[in-house]
Design a protein around this ligand. Structure first.
Ligand SMILES: C[S@@+](CC[C@H](N)C(=O)[O-])C[C@H]1O[C@@H](n2cnc3c(N)ncnc32)[C@H](O)[C@@H]1O
Length: 345
């Protein structure tokens, strides 16, 4: 009997110790958690996020000999595709860049201040009062400091409708009378797992906070070996960018990007995605283009189809896989547009 009681007591103490260690979220957690939901690697919900293209890009990397190399996503946002391919081993290194300092501060804190970021997730109540407080921090921008701004941006991204940080209110409304409430997308345990997983890969991630065009103009300063890089550009939407992101491009910025891309060394394999609008198709006239549909959950509105532009030397497959669904990849032609409705190519 005494032996049984001693064993039980030891078991209880042991379990208690393990959960205390787990709940203290120190570095040992970072080394021991495993991802329960391998499809959701990014801790950010991103309007226009392209995690769904990871399979397609991984396949392009494969047929173009870039597997095991470096993946650059210079308009990274939630970086869902980048993380997916890093964890799957498609690329050994990823370079993520976003010009929005708030988004940068999320990634910076996750990679460089992991324990404190995790502690904030654990200790912060997900309530409307807290939402107001975090919004205040977000509004104070750089002055808040990287960790506070990074966490506040993350908090609003997880609690606002559609993940829109500055121009949307909390899920369930300020009076919390909706069907879904403010904490519906804030599963602390799952988010902590994602963050711990990313932190484990920190030596394989380069993070920058620059204008993408400036990086493209001196790419050799960042990556000397051009042969094994795969560049993916997902700039702010031409039509909807203003509503969704802090930083947005005007027509001249989109044109400048197209001009800069045209100057890139032919060796560099790249892929660009955009909203499928005539002005963008015009800017990239002369390149091979295709389009696909993406189901957005932005309010109840569905965005039009998405455009893909391929670099001249890129070998492309005849199938495209989006969200695990494969379909034929059809290259767009001027005639197709004229036939359809006389729309400008
Ligand atoms: C369409 S979103 C990218 C979404 C991302 N591919 C994903 O899967 O989550 C565009 C991103 O570009 C960023 N951005 C805007 N202007 C930029 C610039 N000049 N240089 C780099 N990033 C910029 C925005 O902050 C936004 O995060």
């Amino acid at each position: 009997m005494i032996e049984f009681l001693t064993t039980s007591l030891l078991t209880v103490l042991c379990v208690k110790y393990i959960s205390t260690v787990f709940l203290s979220f120190d570095k040992s957690v970072i080394q021991s958690t495993s991802l329960k939901n391998p499809r959701g690697h990014s801790p950010l919900r991103y309007p226009g996020g392209k995690a769904c293209l990871a399979n397609f890009i991984a396949n392009l990397a494969d047929i173009n000999g870039c597997t095991g190399g470096t993946y650059l996503e210079l308009y990274a946002g939630g970086a869902g595709a980048a993380l997916n391919m890093l964890f799957e081993g498609t690329f050994k290194h990823i370079h993520i860049n976003d010009y929005d300092y708030s988004i940068f501060s999320v990634w910076h804190s996750i990679l460089n201040d992991t324990d404190n970021f995790i502690r904030l997730i654990k200790d912060t109540p997900v309530t409307i009062d807290e939402w107001h407080r975090q919004r205040g921090i977000c509004n104070s921008g750089r002055a808040a400091g990287l960790l506070a701004l990074g966490f506040a941006t993350f908090f609003l991204n997880r609690t606002n409708r559609s993940g829109i940080i500055f121009k949307a209110g909390p899920i369930g409304g300020l009076d919390q009378k909706g069907n879904y409430l403010i904490d519906v997308r804030f599963n602390k345990e799952n988010l902590i797992e994602r963050i711990a997983q990313i932190a484990r890969y920190r030596d394989h991630i380069t993070l920058t906070n620059e204008d993408a065009v400036q990086i493209l103009q001196c790419l050799e300063n960042y990556h000397s070996n051009r042969q094994d890089i795969f560049l993916y550009l997902d700039p702010p939407y031409y039509q909807k960018g203003k509503q969704l992101y802090l930083n947005n491009y005007g027509h001249d910025d989109h044109r400048k990007l197209a001009d800069t891309v045209a100057e890139l060394d032919n060796e560099i394999k790249w892929l660009i995605s955009y909203d499928n609008v005539a002005d963008i198709r015009q800017l990239y006239k002369g390149y091979r283009m295709s389009c696909f549909d993406l189901n957005y959950t932005l309010q109840s509105k569905k965005f039009g189809s998405e455009l893909l532009v391929f670099s001249p030397e890129l070998e492309i497959s005849d199938k495209i896989t989006v969200n695990r669904r494969s379909s034929d990849l059809t290259l767009l032609t001027e005639e197709m547009y004229e036939k359809a409705n006389g729309a400008r190519y």
